[in-house]
Design a protein around this ligand. Structure first.
Ligand code: 5GP
Ligand code: ZN
Length: 113
């Protein structure tokens, strides 16, 4: 837990969010600035700054985060969707608490910008 971290504060309920899934390890909520008709964020409750900071002990929660994203997308009838994690500022990361973006509902081009 990092006291200044935006997503730790969202996970603790100190900052409001539109929650879509919550359990003892994971939270999913709507992105405040959606880049697609469906744009969800899935985070571990544990503070992990970036993908470069993962430990072996985090393997299970990372897998579960992907399954939560898939479940939420399927509930919205999105069979096609994209999972993205930006790692470090040069790759577009702005919040330094690991998060999975799940995007759907429009054509998603490749490669991403
Ligand atoms: P990143 O740029 O780090 O990959 O993604 C951070 C995401 O968090 C962005 O898509 C941004 O819109 C979202 N975001 C930033 N602040 C808030 C907030 O206070 N609430 C919510 N729900 N999303 C946020
Ligand atoms: Zn955090």
């Amino acid at each position: 837990m990092s006291e200044q971290c935006l997503f730790c504060r969202i996970a603790k309920g100190e900052i409001p969010s539109t929650k879509l899934h919550e359990d003892d390890e994971i939270l999913a909520f709507e992105d405040i600035n959606p880049q697609a008709p469906s744009h969800l964020l899935v985070i571990p409750r544990k503070h992990i700054a970036t993908m470069n900071d993962l430990a072996e002990a985090d393997d299970a929660v990372l897998g579960r985060m992907h399954r939560v994203a898939a479940k939420l997308m399927q509930e919205r009838d999105h069979s096609a969707w994209r999972a993205v994690t930006n790692c470090n500022a040069e790759a577009g990361q702005t919040v330094f608490h690991l998060h999975l973006h799940a995007l759907a509902g429009r054509s998603l081009r490749w490669p991403p910008g």
